[in-house]
Structures are given as C-alpha cells and as structure tokens.
Design a protein around this ligand. Sequence first.
Ligand code: SAM
Ligand code: GLN
Length: 306
Amino acid sequence: MNEVWTIGRILKWTEHFFQEKGIESPRIDAEVLLGHVLKKERIYLYVHFEEPLQPEELTAYREAIKKRVQRVPVAYIIGRREFMGLTFHVTEDTLVPRPDTEILVQAAVERLKKREGDVHFADIGTGTGAICLSVLTYVPDATADTVDISEAARKVAEENAEALGVADRVMFYTGDLLAPLCAAQADVDASGDDEPQAEARAARYDAILSNPPYIPDADIASLAPEVRCKEPRTALAGGPDGLAFYRRLIADSPALLKDDGFLAVEVGIHQAKAVAQMATDSGNFARTEILKDYGGVERVVVAWKK
Ligand code: SAM
Ligand code: GLN
C-alpha cells in the first residue's frame, strides 16, 4: 500500500481539513499539534517530511485534530502557551495568555525596575499567573501577591510559579478582586500593638496590575468560538459596558498603593480613554498614561497615585 501517512503528507492533509472547517491558522495549528504528539520541535517536522507515523502516533494525532475542529484552542490541547519567552501551563480553567498582554508586562517591568528598594506588587485576576510570574522573572528581587476568584486557576498559577522558579516570591489568594488583600492586611493589623500604624502598612504596593474581564456582556456572543465556547466566561465578561472591573479597581486600589505607586490595567479596544478618565475623575490618581499595542490599539492604562 502506498498510502503511508508521512509527516509531510499528514500535515498537508490536516491543513486542508482545518481550512475547510474554518480554523484560522490551519498550517501552524497542524504543525504545533503534530510536534506535540511526536514530542518534537516544529523544525524537526520540516527536515523529516518523509518519516512515517507510528500507529499510536496517528491515533493520538487524530484525537488532537478532533478536538481542534471542535474549536478547542491549541493551547488547551497541548496544555501550554508561550508568553514573554516563558512557558505557561494552561487548562480550560484559565484564559490562554494573549500576546497583547505582553504590553502590560513590559510597562510594569520598565517602571518597577526604576524603583529603589524592595518592589512589591499585586496581580488581580491572575489566571495562569502570566502577568505576575513574568514580572517576577524579569524583576528579580520583586515580590508579589495575586488574586483570582477561581480556585482552579489558582492551582494552575501555583504550578507555573514552581516551574518558573519564582514560587518563593509570590503569595496566592482566592477571592473577589482586592478583598483578600484587604482581609490579609486586617489580620496583620489585628496581630499586635507593636506593629506600625495600619495605614502606613496598608499602602504597601508599588503597583497593582490587572488584565480583568473586559468584554461587554452582550459582545461575548460575537467572539470566536474558541473564546466564546471554550474559555471561562468569568475570565471574559466585564459587565454591561465592559468596564465594571475598572470601576472597582479604581475605587479600591488607592488604599493599597504606596504614594508613588501605580495601577496598570489592560483594556479592550476603545476603552482606554474612558478608563483613564475614570481614574482622573476619582480624584485619587494624579496622572495617567495610555500605551498602545503593536497593532496601534490603546491597550494599557497606567494611573499614578501621585
Ligand atoms: N491575568 C491573566 C492573563 O492576563 O492571561 C488572566 C486574565 S483573565 C482576562 C481575567 C481573570 O480574572 C480570570 O482568571 C478570572 O478568573 C479572574 N476574575 C474574574 N472575576 C474576578 C473577581 N471578581 N475577582 C478576582 N478575579 C476575578
Ligand atoms: N483579550 C481577550 C479577548 O479578546 C479578553 C480578555 C479580557 O477580557 N481581559 O478575547
């Protein structure tokens, strides 16, 4: 029989199949999935087009293809995603880290590196830990607190912290936005008279970072099926106008920020000006910056307390 499934032949077949099914990047997805099944880099595939697949490899690859046409994101199928040059474990309980979010990380790293003394920051809605663990990697002496409402996401983030070798510099909390950090502070405050004034210690973060859910509820239905059907809705839905989480972060973060600290958030398309204005109008932030992503979209708002 001359119908042997070689690497080259199966890639070509999958590319066409994915294309027919409306998958956005058919060739790359085929290569990443096959590389995953064969436990090889993509480059290996290119120099081994003639190599035949073993029956168990074919079975595993077929399973992966089946999932992909059911619109499971590649990152969930292979269980990982590259972000900021680092590898993050991802599951269906966590948003897949997006390249756009690297803008927020870079902004935070640049600003935190300029600071003197111990740098301590928080990451709210941490998911896989992409933001927080990248900042910890690139700002070597920093420490961080993270919060996510999802206990399952917290487990993934903890695993990633171990794998990236920064677990000793990060604390994980499960709960609603800043509430666990305020509660942790209240515990410290209650724990002795010789502690410094509560207020001085409460304002303890150099930065509060967040990529909160920001899709207006009504827009979720029009997202790509990979996002709409497979990613957690709690990671996406930002209330009727998409700005619900910014309102709360802007109201509650000043009490936890040092006087010269900043809040930096990722925003959705056309949200930056409204979010910056909200920070200014709150009276608790002296100035704001808006940073664009590589596509020219206003993607990050930085609000400085002073
Ligand atoms: N930081 C990750 C990233 O950039 O890839 C994940 C961002 S995802 C857009 C938002 C995250 O916020 C999700 O992990 C979700 O579980 C979490 N979240 C949603 N509502 C929350 C809340 N009320 N308090 C804390 N975290 C929340
Ligand atoms: N950037 C994600 C998307 O477009 C949304 C993530 C978020 O809500 N923060 O699907």
